[in-house]
Design a protein around this ligand. Structure first.
Ligand code: ATP
Ligand code: MG
Length: 372
C-alpha cells in the first residue's frame, strides 16, 4: 500500500495539546512533509513544517506517527503485509464487537507478563478473524508506544529544550472508519471508539544535528567528542533521576545539536516509570538496564575500534536522587509549635558547632604561622 508520508505531501492532523485522553480533537493542523527522517521501524518519523498560529511564522518540527500500517518493526512476526484486505478484516473485526475484548486481553497479558506469568497463545478458528485480530494487535502496540512517548515527555517536561527536544503537541490522523453496524444503534457501539482507527503521533521540536552514533564521521573536532559523550551520559542520569528509564537508550537515540553541540535524548517509545514500580524497584532496574553505559560504554568502544582513545567517562550509577526525595517526603516532620522550637534549637546548635570548629581551625592556622 502506498504510504501517506511521502516527501512534499500535506497531512491534516487533529491536535490535542492537553491531556492524554482520546479527546475530541481541539483544532486542526496542516503539516507539510519536508523529508522522511529515516526508514520507518517502530514508527514513521519525518521532518515537517507548519504555520504556528500564535506567532504567525513557519516552524520546523519532527512528526513521529505511531502508524501500525507502515511500521515494519510492529508488523514483523504478526503480518508483514498491509493492504486493503487487512484493513477491511480489521473493520469487520471491530464491527463484530470483538475489539474491546482483544484490547482487554492484551492489557491483561501485559500485566501477567509483568508478574512473570505467561499463558500459552490462544488458537484461532477462522483465518479472517485472525487477520483482523492481527491488525488490532498492531494498533494496540502502536498505542502503547505512543503512550510511553507522551508520558515520558510529560514526566520530563522540565528537561524539554535542555536534555530532550520540546514537545509541541500530540496529534491524530483518522483512518477511514468502517460504517457503523446497522444492527447496533447503541451509543456504546465499539465501532465508534476512536482508538481503533485513529493514528496517534507526536509533534516535536526539530533538532538540527546528527545522531550521536555518527559523531566519529562528522566534522566536529576530536577534542570535543569526550565532552559531548559525557553530557549525553549525564543527561541519561538526569532522566533516570526524574523517574524514567528508556529501555531503548542507545547512541542512535541521541541527537547532537549542530550549533551548540548539545546532545538531546529522543525516542521514549519504550520506557519504564518509577511511578509504576516504586523507587525501590526502579533503582535496581536502573542499574540493571544501565542507560548511562548504553551511551558512554558503547560510544567509547565504537571510537576505540576506530583507533580513537578518549579520556575516561564519568558514570554516576549509585547516586539516587529519586530515593533521597522519597526518604525526605517520608521523614516524620510533624510540625507542632514545640517541635518547631525543637528543630530551631537543633539547627542553631549545629550552626554554632560548625562556627566553633571553623574558628578553631583558623586559630590553629594562625598559631602555626606565629610559631614559625
Ligand atoms: N526531535 C528530533 N529532531 C531531529 N531529528 C529527530 C528528532 N526525533 C527523531 N529524529 C530523527 O529520526 C530518527 C528516528 O526517530 P525515533 O528514534 O524517535 O523513531 P523510531 O521509530 O524509534 O526509530 P528507530 O527505530 O530508527 O530508532 C532518529 O534517529 C533521528 O535521526
Ligand atoms: Mg530511535
Amino acid at each position: 500500500m502506498e504510504t501517506l508520508y511521502a516527501e512534499g505531501s500535506q497531512l491534516s492532523l487533529a491536535v490535542s495539546e492537553s491531556g492524554r485522553d482520546w479527546a475530541v480533537p481541539e483544532q486542526q493542523l496542516t503539516v507539510m512533509i519536508l523529508e522522511p527522517a529515516s526508514a520507518p521501524t517502530m514508527s514513521v518519523v519525518m521532518k515537517v513544517s507548519f504555520e504556528d498560529a500564535r506567532s504567525g511564522c513557519t516552524r520546523l518540527a519532527i512528526l513521529k506517527m505511531f502508524d501500525r500500517r507502515f511500521a515494519p518493526s510492529v508488523r514483523r512476526r504478526i503480518n508483514p503485509v498491509y493492504d486493503d484486505d487487512a484493513e477491511s478484516a480489521w473493520c469487520e473485526y471491530v464491527r463484530d464487537g470483538k475489539a474491546p475484548a482483544l484490547f482487554a486481553f492484551l492489557h491483561e497479558q501485559l500485566r501477567l507478563e509483568d508478574e512473570g506469568i505467561t499463558r500459552p497463545p490462544r488458537t484461532e478458528e477462522e483465518m479472517r478473524v485472525k487477520k483482523g485480530k492481527k491488525e488490532g494487535i498492531m494498533q494496540w502496540k502502536a498505542l502503547q508506544l505512543f503512550e510511553d512517548e507522551t508520558r515520558a515527555y510529560a514526566t520530563l517536561s522540565h528537561f524539554q529544550g535542555r536534555y530532550i527536544p520540546r514537545f509541541f503537541a500530540q496529534v491524530y490522523l483518522t483512518v477511514k472508519e468502517p460504517s457503523p453496524d446497522p444492527h447496533n444503534s447503541d451509543d456504546n457501539n465499539p465501532t465508534l471508539r476512536p482508538e481503533y482507527f485513529q493514528i496517534p503521533g507526536v509533534l516535536l521540536e526539530y533538532v538540527d544535528g546528527f545522531n550521536l552514533t555518527d559523531l566519529g564521521s562528522t566534522n566536529v573536532p576530536q577534542h570535543k567528542w569526550h565532552s559531548i559523550i559525557q553530557q549525553a551520559v549525564d543527561a541519561a542520569r538526569y532522566i533516570n533521576d526524574a523517574g524514567v528509564i528508556n529501555t531503548d537508550c542507545q547512541p542512535r537515540n541521541v541527537v547532537v545539536q549542530r550549533e551548540t553541540l548539545r546532545p538531546l535524548h529522543i525516542d521514549f517509545a519504550q520506557c519504564l516509570f518509577a511511578e509504576d514500580m516504586g523507587w525501590e524497584e526502579f533503582g535496581e532496574t536502573k542499574i540493571m538496564i544501565d542507560n548511562q553505559g548504553a551511551i558512554g560504554t558503547v560510544m567509547v568502544g565504537k571510537l576505540q575500534r576506530a583507533g580513537v582513545k578518549l579520556p575516561e567517562i564519568r558514570y554516576n550509577r549509585f547516586r539516587d536522587w529519586g530515593r533521597v526525595g522519597r526518604i525526605l517526603t517520608h521523614f516524620p516532620f510533624a510540625v507542632t509549635p514545640w517541635s518547631g522550637v525543637g528543630y530551631g534549637v537543633g539547627v542553631g546548635v549545629l550552626i554554632l558547632a560548625w562556627v566553633v570548629v571553623r574558628r578553631r581551625g583558623i586559630l590553629r592556622g594562625l598559631n602555626y604561622f606565629r610559631n614559625r
